[in-house]
Ligand binder design. Structure first.
Ligand SMILES: [Zn+2]
Length: 328
């Protein structure tokens, strides 16, 4: 049975390219069946590629174009054992087109000349799960199978499955994918809607301090987001690792300061409120109780600020980047 709360499920087709291991094609089927409860139709070999030039190996985009023409299903995958290249010439494990619902994945880098064994299959299933998530509209984010594998991290270093938030959204009445787009209402989408409301000047009074703190928090996040691209080719792995470590310590300090500021401000407000209500100074016992409450509220506030606002401004940045990319 499907994991979706609605009666409809998307149709999925899988094509093989050349003589790719049937076990790799079967891996796509088992990911869709086991992770999402969606049956997959096996379509056999993908026909001749619709290339715009004679590159060898063919560009990943040629597979996507061919798939879009060959399949009427909601989602279509092509599985190959040949290298896949982007326009820039970079080799990738796969590529997908969200709007067309098509994806091509290769086992080339995972098998590296060997058999498609059990280890390769586990990594490959992770890749397929990530791409299936991408087709559902999930953006890449940490602590999830959607985590980016760029920079100094490979498929072996990301989680096997979706995070709690993604899993919940796939099954939620209001967020699960529905036809025709089959897009999940992601956190990014909700944050984008908040961003649009803010852009229209519809900001709630309580949101102003969040915006200020969000800018401070996101500046640090932004630095982190840029790190993988800074000399990802020029710098040796050990140097990149140490940059990441430094970044993580900076982020920790900012998180700690942010928490102290929030808990401190809450504490002051609580004591003020007590004074205003009772007309007397708080006793030591009352102050201590206020401190405990402030710490708990500080944790909640911190989660709200880092979760909503951090993500919101990141959403802004990514939206702008994607917008520019689409115009190019
Ligand atoms: Zn997730």
């Amino acid at each position: 049975m499907s994991i979706f709360p609605h009666s409809q499920v998307p149709t999925v087709e899988v094509f093989s390219v050349d003589d790719v291991s049937p076990a790799a094609v079967a891996a796509v089927e088992s990911v869709y069946e086991e992770t999402f409860g969606i049956p997959v139709t096996r379509r056999g070999a993908l026909g001749e590629l619709d290339r715009d030039r004679d590159d060898d190996p063919p560009r990943a985009s040629a597979y996507l174009r061919t798939l879009a023409g060959a399949s009427d299903a909601d989602f279509a995958f092509a599985v190959t054992d040949r290298p896949l290249r982007l326009y820039g010439g970079d080799e990738v494990n796969g590529m997908f087109h969200d709007g067309e619902g098509v994806a091509v994945v290769t086992i080339d880098q995972l098998v590296d000349g060997d058999e498609f064994d059990a280890d390769a299959r586990v990594a490959f299933e992770r890749l397929v799960r990530q791409f299936a998530g991408g087709l559902f509209g999930f953006q890449s984010h940490e602590d999830c199978v959607m985590a980016s594998t760029e920079a100094d991290r490979g498929l072996a270093d990301i989680p096997d499955d979706f995070c709690d938030d993604c899993a919940k959204r796939l099954r939620g009445e209001d967020t699960a994918p529905e036809p025709d787009e089959w897009h999940v209402t992601t956190k990014e989408l909700e944050e984008f809607e908040t961003a649009m409301r803010w852009a229209d000047g519809d900001i709630r009074l309580t949101e102003y301090p969040l915006i200020a703190l969000g800018i401070a928090y996101n500046t640090v996040e932004d630095i982190g987001a840029r790190l993988p691209s800074i000399g990802s080719r020029a710098l040796p792995r050990s140097v990149r690792a140490s940059i990441h470590k430094t970044y993580r310590s900076v982020r920790f300090v900012v998180n700690a300061v942010l928490f102290l500021v929030l808990a401190g401000a809450t504490f002051v407000l609580l004591l003020d409120g007590y004074g205003a209500l009772t007309g007397s100074e708080a006793s030591t016992a009352v102050a201590f109780g206020g401190l405990v409450v402030a710490v708990v509220l500080g944790i909640v506030e911190h989660a709200i600020v880092t979760g909503i606002v951090g993500g919101l401004f990141q959403g802004f940045a990514e939206g702008a980047r994607e917008g520019l990319g689409a115009e190019e």
